[in-house]
Design a protein around this ligand. Structure first.
Ligand code: MG
Length: 246
């Protein structure tokens, strides 16, 4: 049974990544990179919390002294063209635009100096959050899995190969809702850099080829409701993606 579950999870994860590839691969270089990622993708999604000072403060949370994270399941992935579905019992969910980092190979105990050797590329992503459930969980000291891991809570944009990104620590992330700007921030403001995050997470658990690391959201998070349109992008990489909230 354990083997079956593990196998099923991997197959599903591969499918998700493959869909990601097929939808977004426009060039030969992109296609090859994606296919390599799909060959044995476990598609673990590691999401960092409170990695921008102003965002921690806007939700009256303390600024963390060290990175912390939670996991999202593979069924959270959404590709452009498919809707974000608000879970039953929730009126609105919050947008959190984030830089996604895609891991290139299995790695453990990675040093900060070698962290970027384990990065295949980047994408823009949304860490959709049922804030009402998260607030309840925080008060009770319970995990955030329901609030952060519901199906369709992870819309992702195109894969951008690392070779095309000169400085991932100097990228402008933006998010518009129904055409109105809600978030705009720079990855230069991360409290913990991408190398620090990869080093810390990989100390605790092995990262696999195809895994996605969400690096936290800048300030400006807020609610969206059914019928809204969310557009996210990374300015310097000229990449964007639009998602409809159902
Ligand atoms: Mg987040």
């Amino acid at each position: 049974m354990a083997n079956f579950v593990r196998h099923g999870r991997k197959v599903r994860a591969r499918y998700q990544l493959h869909a990601f590839v097929r939808t977004h691969a426009h060039g030969v270089h992109h296609t090859h990179t994606h296919l390599a990622l799909c060959s044995d993708g476990a598609a673990q999604v590691v999401a960092i919390g409170r990695n921008y000072k102003l965002h921690a403060e806007e939700l009256q949370n303390p600024v963390p002294a060290e990175p912390f994270w939670f996991l999202k399941p593979p069924s959270a992935y959404v590709l452009p063209g498919s809707p974000i579905v608000i879970p039953d019992g929730v009126d609105s969910i919050h947008h959190e635009v984030e830089l996604g980092v895609i891991i290139s190979r299995q790695c453990k105990n990675v040093s900060e100096r070698q962290a970027f050797d384990n990065v295949a590329g980047y994408c823009v992503a949304l860490d959709m959050t049922a804030r009402c459930w998260q607030d309840k969980a925080k008060k009770k000291g319970l995990p955030w899995t329901a609030a952060k891991g519901f199906d369709t809570s992870l819309p992702v944009g195109s894969f951008i190969p690392a070779s095309l990104v000169r400085d991932p620590m100097a990228l402008t992330l933006w998010c518009r809702v129904n055409g109105e700007q809600r978030q705009r921030g720079t990855t230069a403001d991360m409290l913990f850099s991408i190398p620090q995050l990869i080093a810390r997470v990989s100390q605790i658990h092995t990262l696999e080829e195809g895994d996605l690391l969400l690096t936290g959201t800048p300030a400006g998070v807020g609610p969206v409701v059914s019928g809204d349109s969310i557009e996210i992008g990374i300015e310097e990489l000229k990449t964007s993606a639009t998602f409809r909230v159902q």
